[in-house]
Design a protein around this ligand. Structure first.
Ligand SMILES: [Zn+2]
Ligand SMILES: [Zn+2]
Length: 307
């Protein structure tokens, strides 16, 4: 099974339009970009997890000509606004040949998404399959189950997905939480996954976590709790951490840290990572300093992993 991170950013592409903060500047200088987070699973079937507004470019970059299914995690624009692009899969076939693409989504999320994209189901571009947390579904060799996540009052349909498949004699498991700030009653089955994908919108937990998201600082607790066996990937990375000395810290999106992560040795706060390399370096340093023995990789756009 090949896992491709089509995008690795938060709700807005970074470097963000009209943003001259130090993070966006550093990324521009290095030619880096994080588009909206989306995952592609390629095994006996091709499965897309989340379908944000960058999806046409993301899929064409990877030469994807066909999709067998789409899994949607929740009703926030960065996770579904690209659904109309799926029309291309119908338009590119002779009349009457398109088989509607199954889109798996909770009833609550579809209530919101359907207001805008109901026509895609009516015109048989997609076929909506409503999913329930705790139930199991199968697409080819993959068995998956949604689990409820807490991601604030305007994403009440929000779920993560536990995805299982057989690799030779080995049972493999991937857990993708998508956006969340808490998990009220995590099902037993999401513990000890082989692979875990967590969002880290900020490096430090902000004083006010209004968008109900996870920071790397808090992600550490979930990694320790869930004990991923092979590798954890960080996605949904934003530019909301204030960088000391940056005049752009007065921007609305910059969130003051609650109690920034500090080195247990020097007691100095860790530097705010800006580029891909800085993210990976500081994440490894923190895990090392706090003796958290798990492999954590900061995902970047286009990164593929053979699972
Ligand atoms: Zn999001
Ligand atoms: Zn969200």
């Amino acid at each position: 099974m090949l896992l491709t991170f089509l995008g690795s950013g938060g709700a807005w592409i970074i470097p963000e339009l009209a943003c001259e903060c130090m993070i966006c500047k550093a990324m521009r200088e290095g030619g880096e970009q994080r588009t909206r987070t989306s995952l592609l699973l390629s095994g006996d079937k091709t499965i897309l997890v989340d379908c944000g507004p960058d999806i046409a470019l993301q899929l064409s970059r990877h030469g994807v000509k066909d999709l067998d299914a789409v899994l949607i995690t929740h009703e926030h624009g960065d996770h579904y606004l690209g659904l109309d692009e799926l029309y291309s899969f119908k338009r590119a076939l002779p009349r009457g040949r398109h088989v509607p693409i199954p889109v798996y989504v909770t009833a609550k999320s579809w209530e919101a998404i359907g207001l805008r994209f109901g026509y895609l189901a009516a015109q048989e571009v997609i076929r909506v399959v409503e999913v329930e947390p705790g139930e199991y579904y199968q697409i080819g060799e993959i068995i998956f189950s949604p689990f409820k996540t807490s991601h604030g009052p305007i994403a009440s349909g929000s779920v993560g997905y536990m995805i299982r498949w057989q690799d030779g004699l080995e049972n493999k498991k991937l857990v993708y939480t998508s956006d969340f700030d808490d998990l009220p009653a995590p099902p037993r089955e999401i513990y000890s996954p082989d692979y875990l994908v967590l969002p880290t919108l900020w490096f430090n937990e902000p004083e006010q976590n209004a968008p109900y998201q996870l920071s790397f600082q808090r992600a550490i607790d979930f990694i320790k709790l869930w004990q991923p066996k092979k590798e954890t990937f960080l996605v949904h990375i934003g530019d909301g951490d204030p960088v000391p000395g940056d005049p752009a810290n007065s921007m609305l999106k910059k969130r003051k840290p609650l109690a920034p992560l500090r080195s247990p040795v020097s007691h100095n706060p860790y530097p705010i990572p800006m580029t891909q390399k800085q993210w990976q370096d500081v994440v490894e340093r923190v895990l090392d300093d706090f003796e958290v023995p798990f492999k954590v990789t900061v995902a970047h756009d286009g990164m593929s992993v053979q699972m």
